[in-house]
Write a protein that binds this ligand. Sequence first.
Ligand SMILES: Cc1ncc(COP(=O)(O)O)c(C=O)c1O
Length: 411
Amino acid sequence: MEIPVNKLPGTIWYPYAQMKLAAEPLEIVGAQGVRLISSQYGELIDGISSWWCAVHGYRHPELDAALNEQIAKFAHISLAGLVHHTALRLADKLAQLLPGTLRHCFYSDSGSVGVEVALKMARQYHINQGNNDRTLLLALTHAYHGDTFMAMQASDFPEYHQLYASPGLQSHVIRINPTIDELEQAFACHGSRLYGFILEPRLQCAGGFYRHGDDFLGRARELCILHDVPLICDEVATGFGRTGSMFASETACPDIIILGKALTAGYIGHAVTVACDKIYQAFYADDVHKAFMHGPTFMGNPLACAVALKGIEIMEREHYLDKIALIESYLQQRAPYLASFPQVKEVRICGASLCAEVRDPSLLKGLQSFAAGKGVFLRPFGKNLYTMPPYVISQDDLGQILDVMEQWFNR
Ligand SMILES: Cc1ncc(COP(=O)(O)O)c(C=O)c1O
């Protein structure tokens, strides 16, 4: 029998939490399919896929087997003068899936680091061509790109990041709303000083689930070409189907794309920053100083690569994009009733995601334990009550998530 432990002794410092006030976390003792098994509430349908990465659900037999097969060979080697077949195969597969010449894969261990890698690459792309004057980064309002320092600066998330803002560096970020007018104005004023434009294409997830049109991305593509500004699409959250297409930016063909979260099916933290030929060529030279100076210890980890390859295979074979379309149409059916509650300001849906924005964050206080009491795990943030379920969820289970949201507003 497991020895009961005090879950808030401070030995684990929890994310985004005031440790003195935080509620006790639920202890998870097992997980299967779309369900977490908690010691307190029993089975819980996971409405947020472990922060959006467990898209195949838990303990998928094929994913488990892929990991076991790799572990029987070796769990890790560095890419320091070494390589392994699984990392090579994954890079090939990603190159096949991604548009244009996006085929130069730089692996790292998390989405935030993947963003850092992308920003360094974009900046050095210009430096390697003798241009050191491009010091400005274009980014969007309501952006979230991670919690490391450059990722925070690219983000627009004062609730989380204000404390760490460094005025000097912040002033290097030009921030616009995702409208074509503001975009054109930014390029007209700063085009020759920009080293990159970073955005989450189509859907800004953690920033509040705001959607912007593909025409915005299309115009960004044109302007980036015109001004030789690398277009950097952060698809850590949107990649692998979340917004309804495999990659939200696939029609725009970015210069650099960052993938994470669903990449490794929720099994192991990993990310990949993929560059197109034009970016790669700016580094490819006889001059050692033009090399890209970055190297996470766990880049290309064999277990991560093995589970990623298997996850992509399952996604293609099982036609996940069709499942995502069904999830979206079911969410659309349920949305009008949810939107009719006076507490709800707006319901926004994009692919396999739904966010009900409430009028005040206090309206969501206590929701998490209410939902758990009804067999669902949800974790709202700010004014956003949302679900991003695993793609393998059944309509009944998805219905239960929506039922719980409605019951909360109906109390
Ligand atoms: C769009 C986006 N970029 C980057 C990150 C950071 O990823 P990680 O938490 O793996 O560092 C996140 C995490 O939520 C994200 O949503």
